[in-house]
Ligand binder design. Sequence first.
Ligand code: GLN
Length: 237
Amino acid sequence: MAVVGVLALQGSFNEHIAALRRLGVKGVEIRKPEQLQTVTSLIIPGGESTTMAKLAEYHDLFPSLREFVQMGKPVWGTCAGLIFLANKAVGQKAGGQHLVGGLDCTVHRNFFGSQIQSFEAELSVPELVSKEGGPETFRGIFIRAPAILEAGPEVKVLADYPVSSNRLSNSDSPIEDKTENPEEESKVIVAVRQGNILGTAFHPELTADTRWHSYFVKMSNEIIEEASSSSLVPAQV
Ligand code: GLN
């Protein structure tokens, strides 16, 4: 069974822990490298990625976080957490920030603009639609949100969002909401999965809808089960 850690340096870690509790799963606050050994899976929450990176550096967390991801353990980054997990981030101030990496993506840190350009949108997420029915879409809360501009071949796109092509070719200026002219419409990626890594540019922990948390817990249990059954295979003699 998954034991889910939540990186608790800054940002919306309490909200993630509350969402897990609603599913009957205990979330463990992670602030020190050794605490990562007590969990099977990890959520890196939204917040402010530069501040989070400074705190992670202060607590010497980067080597253990990288090891956790590279070992194939389940990790989910939301918003600033997604930026942390990307191999490359653009749209940063000079000098940039440390990243954990692992996700073969280029992320624009503030693609959707500043706090006042935050918005909510219904996203089509086929992966979350249950066979027994239920909602067809997920309401994404985007707060100073990043977007994925490029994703490698191993990355599965779980949701995207329409923007103007013009906006994409000039991704350093703040976005206006959807384009007025559908002919010029393009898309950015806002949710992905690459093996053990899940990334969302929005904040599922700020909604009452726990489907993303269920998805992550299920994904964690599958990965744990796979790892334990492969380690049970007797060594060839
Ligand atoms: N764009 C923010 C950053 O750079 C992330 C915003 C968020 O997590 N809500 O950290």
